[in-house]
Design a protein. Structure first.
Length: 129
């Protein structure tokens, strides 16, 4: 037998899944998870601390530039991670192509709307308007 007759699954796929985006999707999911490992504990600790200080102190906490930036980064990483996770669920369990496409579009728009709402809220508090 010649060597060309031995084709391994790795050689066939060359690191990519059936849709040719599996590896990059996996990496993006893991990177967003790593960001959340750092940001979520900060977020939970800060929110609990801000909640105990009263409404005005909590607004002042959000208005702090560092806290405002970290809040936006936390929301961005969380919604992006959520979008990627829901995309996998939709692609794996929805069989009808039209329904799958519609749900994927809705998934993207829904997470974008949530992110914009967070950004607008933080900016409004940060700028004091």
């Amino acid at each position: 037998m010649a060597d060309s007759q031995f084709v391994t699954p790795t050689k066939v796929t060359r690191g990519l899944g059936a849709s040719k985006t599996g590896t990059s999707h996996h990496i993006r999911q893991r990177v967003s998870a790593l960001a959340l490992i750092v940001l979520v504990p900060w977020f939970l600790f800060s929110i609990m601390k801000a909640a105990l200080t009263g409404y005005d102190a909590a607004l002042a906490w959000v208005a702090s530039p560092l806290n405002a930036i970290l809040l936006v980064l936390t929301a961005g990483a969380a919604f992006y991670h959520m979008r990627l996770g829901m995309q996998v669920v939709i692609e794996d369990y929805i069989e009808k192509p039209g329904t799958r496409a519609a749900l994927l579009i809705l998934n993207t728009f829904f997470t974008a709307v949530l992110f914009v709402a967070v950004v607008m809220s933080v900016l409004r508090i940060w700028t004091g308007s």
